[in-house]
Design a protein around this ligand. Structure first.
Ligand SMILES: Cc1cc2nc3c(=O)[nH]c(=O)nc-3n(C[C@H](O)[C@H](O)[C@H](O)COP(=O)(O)OP(=O)(O)OC[C@H]3O[C@@H](n4cnc5c(N)ncnc54)[C@H](O)[C@@H]3O)c2cc1C
Ligand SMILES: NC(=O)c1ccc[n+]([C@@H]2O[C@H](COP(=O)([O-])OP(=O)(O)OC[C@H]3O[C@@H](n4cnc5c(N)ncnc54)[C@H](O)[C@@H]3O)[C@@H](O)[C@H]2O)c1
Length: 474
């Protein structure tokens, strides 16, 4: 049995960072990885999806300015776009990321990891051999998520696309049906439509992006419509079947119609990758999320040794939050290894409380949408006395100069008792870059009467901050 201070199961963004930080703090660390170091994010999620979206965004941006518009006359070149994506993902080759772990002083063990009791992990390699690891200080579960599938008859027999195929496909489908109305559905509809596919979204709800401010879903609905995506709200797929000869798929829906397409993408959320993780050996239910405290300790297990970081703890399924949690978790493990308690509260480096009050989200649709902190509805549900102000970013001089047809929306949610911003949502070009200003304001709990002295430069889109504060009455 090999013994390390920290045993990390899963080498995605969460696992890489927690192991690297633990090693940097002088602890010995090992990462167990079943597929490729870098995880879903590097090869089948964030990176390839953004690589697929960027060319269409650049083209649209050039076409939004008179004088430049006339020079952009051709469509995207799908072969080159897909080749550029492959340059980012290496088509799954993780040599660079494995070398990074090595350089950080972290051992990599390839295989499927399972808990085998307190502080014990067993790794089954590709050849079936089993290796036993023991953790002196901590085991950190960073196994991420896998796509959830909707209960649609026949879905398991048609070779349904999930995020994996949607981000790695080598050809543009002629007709793509997307089930879902969340982030993956909206981004992937944008990407494949821009590459020439005919795209239909089947959305169970009456709006897109339902856990956002309503303006986000409304703006993306309009944007997808402008791109030529068909959206059918309040419609669910009932059954699907692929024709053995034509290879086309027929999708029957609950409004009595049938659609014919080439591929179906299921984008209805995620479930934790904890079904085959040995959770039963430490008294935890199999297949569930792993709730944690603010230092990423699994709350249902005593003894300070079991942690869960990233998507698998269900807190905020985003790469930047996975890495933030990883930095904090490694700091907590190091602090406790030094005999200090690492209390979860406050703004210490080992606590994720402050950052999770402002979780930033950036969606690369057209228009882009981004948010930080709470929506107005979530703030009210949390019992805060809030006041919200809104402003159309199109009316900002910098926005009009940025694009002839700039269209954007900004909303600020203010906690009236404390006089600070607790939420912000932006839509429109540059929204994904602009949102960090809101994150800083929320995490810093900057009082509004101080924020008025943070002057945005003229003529930038950031002047929307000035307009929002004016709308608030400052
Ligand atoms: C299409 C799509 C686009 C996205 N775009 C963005 C984006 O733009 N920005 C953003 O912030 N987030 C984005 N996300 C979310 C982001 O991908 C996740 O939040 C992030 O990957 C979580 O990192 P993680 O380390 O927790 O898990 P993962 O990236 O899922 O990594 C988990 C790793 O653990 C390994 N593993 C699992 N079980 C075991 C086991 N038993 N033994 C050994 N190894 C195991 C897996 O092989 C994998 O390498 C996107 C998600 C999707 C689906
Ligand atoms: N740019 C980014 O940061 C980015 C991009 C993509 C994904 N992500 C992350 O990945 C996560 C997963 O994305 P997602 O889009 O799969 O999930 P999601 O939770 O964002 O959206 C799921 C959608 O599926 C619908 N749905 C759920 N069950 C359904 C069913 N049975 N039938 C039909 N529709 C159903 C929901 O109403 C919702 O519209 C996101 O929460 C996000 O954290 C982030």
């Amino acid at each position: 049995m090999d013994t390390y201070d920290v045993v990390v199961i899963g080498g995605g963004p969460a696992g890489e960072v927690v192991a690297g930080r633990a090693a940097g703090a002088g602890l010995s660390a090992v990462v167990v990885e079943a597929e490729a170091v870098g995880g879903e994010c590097s090869y089948r999620a964030c990176v390839p999806s953004k690589a697929l979206l960027r060319p269409g965004a650049v083209r649209a941006e050039a076409r939004s300015v008179d004088g430049a518009r006339q020079t952009v006359t051709a469509d995207l070149d799908p072969a080159r776009v897909l080749a550029r994506r492959d340059r980012f993902t290496g088509r799954g080759d993780d040599t660079g990321q494995a070398d990074w772990l090595d350089g950080a002083g972290v051992t990599l063990v390839r295989g499927h990891g399972r808990l085998a009791g307190e502080r014990r992990v067993e790794v089954t390699g590709a050849d079936g051999t089993v290796r036993a690891l023991r953790a002196r200080r901590a085991v950190v579960v960073c196994t991420g998520t896998e796509p959830a599938l909707p209960p649609v008859e026949g879905l398991d027999r048609i070779g349904v696309w999930t995020n994996r195929q949607a981000t790695t496909a080598d050809a543009v489908p002629t007709r793509l049906v997307v089930i879902g109305g969340g982030v993956v559905a909206c981004e992937m509809a944008t990407a494949w439509r821009s590459l020439g596919a005919s795209v239909t979204l089947l959305v169970r709800d009456q709006a897109l992006l339902t856990d956002w401010e309503p303006c986000a879903g409304e703006e993306v609905t309009r944007g997808l419509g402008d791109l030529g995506v068909t959206i059918r709200f309040g419609v669910s797929a009932l059954r699907v079947a692929r024709d053995a000869h034509t290879r086309t798929v027929t999708v029957e829906t609950d409004d009595g119609t049938a659609l014919v397409c080439d591929e179906v993408l299921a984008a209805v959320g995620r479930r934790p990758r904890t079904a085959d993780l040995g959770l039963e050996t430490v008294g935890l239910p199999v297949g569930d999320w792993l709730p944690v405290d603010d230092t990423c300790r699994v709350t249902a297990v005593a003894g300070d040794w079991l942690h869960a970081v990233g998507d698998v703890n269900g807190r905020a399924p985003l790469t930047h939050m996975a890495k933030y949690q990883a930095r904090a978790c490694a700091a907590a493990i190091a602090e406790r290894a030094a005999g200090r308690p690492a209390d979860p509260g406050g703004r210490q480096p080992w606590s994720i409380r402050a950052g999770h009050a402002a979780v930033p989200r950036a969606v690369f649709t057209r228009p882009e949408v981004a948010s930080a902190g709470l929506t107005e509805r979530a703030a009210r549900e949390a019992g805060l006395a809030v006041r919200a102000v809104e402003y159309r970013t199109d009316d900002v001089a910098g926005a009009a100069l940025h694009a002839d047809d700039y269209r954007g929306f900004a909303k600020l949610v203010v906690d009236e008792n404390r006089g600070v911003v607790v939420g912000c949502t932006l839509t429109g070009p540059m929204a994904t870059e602009l949102i960090h200003t809101a994150t800083v304001a929320i995490v810093g709990e900057v009082p509004l009467d101080r924020l008025r002295h943070a002057v945005p430069a003229f003529p930038t889109v950031s002047e929307v901050w000035l307009r929002l504060l004016e709308a608030y009455g400052l």
